[in-house]
Design a protein around this ligand. Sequence first.
Ligand code: 6AU
Length: 479
Amino acid sequence: MKMDSFNAKLKQFAKDLFAIDAIKFGEYKTKVGVMTPVYCDLRVIVSYPRTMETLADLLVTYLENISRFDLLCGVPYTALPIATAMSLKTSIPMVMRRKEAKDYGTKKLIEGIFKEGQNCLIVEDVVTSGSSILETVKDLNGAGIKCTDAVVLLNREQGGSEFLKNNGIQMHSLLSMTQLMEYLHEAGCVDDAMVEKVKKYLAATQIDQTQLTKTIKQDRLSLSFKSRAKLARNPVAGELFEIMSSKKTTLCVAADLTNSTDLLNLAEEVGPHICILKTHIDILEDFHLNLIKPLIEIAQRHNFILFEDRKFADIGKTVEYQYSSGVYHISLWASLVTAHSLMGKGVLDALKRSGGLYKRGVFLLAEVSSAGNLINDGYVKATLAMAEEYPELIAGVVCQSPLFRAHPGLVQLTPGVSLDAEKDALGQRYASPRNVVLERGADVAVVGRGVTGAKDRGAAAQKYREVLWEAYLGRVEEA
Ligand code: 6AU
């Protein structure tokens, strides 16, 4: 397309956007609560296939040498159909980033076929700060995909382009807000006063680059365990981060064994390689409190934490008994325990007030690894909200996807990890160690049968530890 006809098409496109109400003028509230005189809602474009086609044509033409990209990825949701239209025009395959893992199990965060090291062009509709683009980039990078460029329909000129540049992304925008206003003014869609008003608004609402950089840096996934140790509010989480950092391990072995001697032997064999030994103490056929002393001694000698995976889920009073009394006296020896949010806050209140160890922490289950579980979006959200209400008690969350990136002081514990198996016969689902760290956001990975079923359990633990640690080093920015 020649330059003149490209510009003519772009001007017509600007008018079309106005005509379909994708650009509106008046008084609108933005996401952060500030009033804006211009509002862009590109979601409506899916209702106008011809306008969508023009947009795809323009973007493809505008971006010189688009064929140097191996993949396209739209920032969810508005840009997904735009990327699709571009993919159809150019035959460049697409990948999709899930905003949330719908099926709380083995679903990947990046859908589609790709190879590590491929270069992906990001597609976005409107850019204000650029942080949505960076979120998408982070997940793509996590899957081994390179991102260097983003093509966007409209640059609101509030500092997003500079912010992206500082974070390694070159932004190419079809239209700037100034240009769009110029075209609309020329076409008689807006008057002088509105042009002036928008100009003033943009000048007054430039993003705070330093603040935004700080927020991005708070992203749990790119921070080292060493720096996160200082951010933990729960003391056991703090200690765990220190152990992970100094011992260079993120491996939790699930000691799902039925014999006490076997359990102690396992603790001794895997001890040098783990940060946590997770027990289901009630599956031991020969449990006696005498087991606890040597178990604590091994844990101290090898510097790992004892974690009883009791999954408390009853009324508070019953949980109080289950935690402190009965045969197992869990509160006396387990620094960490698991709890379900299902029954409400009473469970956490009970765990908080029960006597026992001075330092202890709770992991809340937000997502689980088993097939056909009944957990849905609302449950996950409510669980995270509950975790936030008990910052001193909650050490972390058990989940299958990076649910809480903005809480670097919390630990993500992810079970369902195996180097070989994909599932078992009873609904357990597995992902690889690399996948759980880089795509699902695991800090600590739980491996049970992958280690306990091996001929040489110590060697198996060492192998898992190494693969997991390497994946972690590839994830953080300041290891
Ligand atoms: O590696 P595996 O399948 O032999 O063992 C996985 C371990 C078991 C499960 O009880 C536990 O991880 N687990 C958990 C928790 C809280 O640890 C949650 C979950 O969603 N899935 C899961 O397998 O000890």
